[in-house]
Design a protein around this ligand. Structure first.
Ligand code: AMP
Length: 177
């Protein structure tokens, strides 16, 4: 079967790991999708749907699984990749934003010169849970002067209402739980 994968094909390949990394969390493991060339390519095709190559100034990915998807999406859209990393990892001058996570808390950072002011960017992460991570990432992009065209997730845990925190942006996800 060589047809282009649908989001339901992708959903079937996502592995649920109960109680990881701590009791009560249903961890959505996307590594089976990444390991399958057809599914991985299909995932990137669906993530970049609606955007023409050359129409986006940069694809921004969130540490760490977001990097995998965002870097591939950037190549597909013939644009650059920009990382938003966990605090203390980026070598140059940074902006930082802190937020609460579904499990614990975190601080993310971006290089102050990561994107050109006014650049139209696509923000990509593997999963939307409470929305804190993406909200902090969006705040960082605002500080560097980027315009967020869309925030795109592979997976969304809809019952956590993460979209509420991202109301001011267009948000899209491929697989909804
Ligand atoms: P949040 O800030 O609550 O929206 O959490 C989203 C971030 O945490 C993403 O970068 C995910 O990689 C990770 N994450 C949170 N919950 C899960 C989960 N149930 N399965 C996999 N990753 C998760």
């Amino acid at each position: 079967m060589n047809a282009t994968p649908t989001s339901s094909d992708l959903a079937k390949a996502i592995r649920n790991i109960p109680d990881f990394p701590q009791p009560g969390i249903q961890f959505k493991d996307i590594t089976p999708v990444l390991a399958d060339a057809r599914l991985f390519a299909g995932c990137i095709d669906l993530l970049t749907t609606g955007f023409a190559p050359g129409s986006i100034g940069a694809v921004v990915g969130i540490d760490a699984r977001g990097f995998i998807l965002a870097a591939a999406a950037a190549l597909k859209l013939q644009t650059g990749f920009v990382p938003i990393r966990k605090k203390g990892k980026l070598p140059f001058k940074t902006f930082e934003e802190s937020y609460e996570l579904e499990y614990g808390s975190n601080t993310v950072a971006i290089h102050v010169d990561a994107v050109k002011p006014g650049a139209r960017v696509l923000l990509v992460d593997d999963l939307l849970a409470t929305g804190g991570t993406a909200q902090a990432a969006a705040a960082l992009l605002k500080r560097v002067g980027a315009e967020i065209v869309e925030i795109t997730f592979f997976v969304e845990l809809g019952f956590l209402n993460g979209r509420e925190k991202l109301r001011e942006y267009p948000v899209r996800s491929l697989v909804l739980y």
